[in-house]
Design a protein around this ligand. Sequence first.
Ligand SMILES: [Zn+2]
Ligand SMILES: [Zn+2]
Length: 282
Amino acid sequence: MRRTGIFFHYQDGDRLRDFPAALAGILQKDNVFFFDAFYPGKPPSCFELEPISEDVLLRVHTPLMIRQVKDSGAYQGALYSAAGTVAAAVRIWTGEIDNAFVFTGYGDHHAGSSFFGGGCCFNGAAIAVQELRHRFGVSRVAIVDTDAHHGNGTWQIFENDPDVLYACLCPGSFEERRSKVNIEVPWTTTDDAFVQLVTDGFAARARSFRPDCIFWNWGYDGTRGEYGDMGLTPGCHVRVARELVRAADELCSGRIVVVLCGGSRRDLAREIIPRLIGVLCQ
Ligand SMILES: [Zn+2]
Ligand SMILES: [Zn+2]
């Protein structure tokens, strides 16, 4: 049974209003560990979540951009979102847990080294990658992105870094260079076709790349009825989770960090996220 960390911190908006209550059957498990920060009305937690310093942000983002995020009013939520991803990655690397799910208030993949937008402020996965490198000398990392939109920020940050495999599945055209690959998904697709793209497009490349850790920028905005509707059903995300957990088991001792990205509907979050975490902690 894998040890799964759930990182839960400050949230804005409606989509996660049913959490952590919706994880009732999961949080009681002996192999599930709940880390939180300062969520209002939070339940008793196992651990407090530590923030990250500006030095850690500066490994990825410019001073000007950090100041702009501060001025935007989203700084606190963005900082704790990124802090959750960093804490998850560090605890996985040190062997405290095997994998993790990070609830974020602000996402990752539209944040580049000097720009942000589209609900993303800091690129938590990129910051965590640099933290693993800085503290532990980790070199090779894979990031798979199944949010419905193109991860322009993550692509830009690692554009010239051959030791980061970044596979983005989105309706943009196919492109591949220096371990960065955009895997074209039709505007409307099926669960079977999408899972196939994950296995052929990401898992196969990861097998030859041999990452030390996998980050999954996971959005549910491609689900039917969402703002990035690609025709996927809720069950598709669970199937993708099984594939990626299997790949992590095979390639990097099960080390995978799931970072919540796009998606807006509260009912879909409540339906999908507990099932997805259920795959992680099996
Ligand atoms: Zn893309
Ligand atoms: Zn998106």
